[in-house]
Design a binder for this molecule. Structure first.
Ligand code: NDP
Length: 291
């Protein structure tokens, strides 16, 4: 069983490669210069050559604010890219795992978003990712998974946990953090395990929510990071979204329900605080190394 990972040098792409290595599975990780998913010919050639049984699409345009002024590029990567992969996977008989986001939803709900709740994105990033989901599910309905994640962090790349750890360790002033958006901080290593387990378990195709359990605001997430880094938590000042305007609208309520895992043999992802505690030493060490 051969696996192909796109976007292999991103946060999730790297975590997936570590995971597949630990499982002793045969895989090829292709970064954006080795496999540009917006190019159908290249995608077809690569899939023909490698003949994967499983393709995990971890490639995406993830600059949420930048997407507002780069809609056509974001659409190319987040919508047409998954479509190209779905067509190639269909020809090759490969199973495709498309990674998606909580931003496909409106962000206004009284309870966690179900897997089958309708899309109502509030940003270009969210709408292009939603189109990517639709292309995958319609092109490859019997052989695809959509795994939505949120608030992803790891020791690699740029993410909120590393930014906060850096501020905790290398500055002394106050740090303003939004306290009116609720979501699920998710460790990329845990998500990688969940995706590999999902595929290996032969779970029913369809949509799954790949987020750590529990919920938090960005303020609460920042507090835990400061605690783990041994910094003074009172330096973090809660602010509202309106005090911190950004080009792309952020969902206020992004908690994802985990019901679909009940139809599988794969356990739910652990609580975000436990995952963060385990991840923090490697995040602190990455921040120290990167200076
Ligand atoms: P990263 O930004 O860390 O990685 C994305 C990767 O995609 C980069 O390595 C990038 O390569 C690559 N890429 C960009 N354009 C192309 C292209 N045309 N062809 C091939 N590769 C390309 O993202 P994450 O690992 O954080 O995200 C993984 C998935 O999770 C994505 O689907 C994302 O939408 C989703 N997600 C992420 C969240 C987060 O908080 N980060 C939250 C919710 C969902 P290069 O750097 O060379 O451009």
């Amino acid at each position: 069983m051969k696996w192909l990972i796109t976007g292999a040098s991103g946060q999730l792409g790297l975590a997936l490669q570590e995971e597949l290595t630990q499982y002793g599975l045969d895989f090829i990780g292709a970064n954006s210069s080795e496999l540009d998913i917006t190019k159908p010919l290249i995608v077809n050639q690569m899939v023909d050559l490698i003949k994967p049984s499983v393709i995990i699409n971890a490639a995406a345009w993830t600059d949420v604010d930048g997407a507002e002024s780069n809609e056509s590029t974001a659409y190319s990567v987040n919508a047409l890219g998954p479509q190209n992969l779905a067509i190639a996977a269909s020809k090759a008989g490969a199973r495709l795992v498309q990674i998606s986001t909580d931003y496909v939803f409106s962000g206004v709900a009284p309870s966690p978003w179900n897997e089958n709740a309708p899309h109502n994105p509030q940003s270009i990033y969210g709408s292009t990712k939603g189109e990517g989901e639709n292309f995958v599910l319609t092109t490859l309905p019997s052989n695809s998974y959509v795994v939505r994640t949120a608030w992803l962090y790891s020791p690699q790349g740029k993410n909120f946990a590393k930014t906060m750890a850096n501020l905790a360790m290398n500055s002394a002033g106050e740090v303003m953090v939004v306290n009116d958006q609720l979501g699920q901080p998710t460790y990329a290593g845990d998500l990688a395990t969940q995706i590999v387990e999902l595929v290996l378990s032969g779970a029913p195709v369809g949509i799954y929510h790949g987020t750590n359990s529990g919920q938090a605001t960005w303020f609460e997430f920042a507090q835990e990071i400061f605690k783990s880094a041994g910094a003074d938590v009172s330096r973090i000042i809660p602010v509202s979204t309106s005090e911190n305007p950004r080009p792309a609208k952020r969902p206020a309520y992004s908690v994802l329900a985990h019901g679909a895992w009940g139809n599988t043999t794969v356990p739910l992802m652990r609580d975000w605080r436990i995952a963060l505690t385990e991840a923090m030493p490697s995040i602190i060490s990455a921040v120290k190394t990167e200076g």
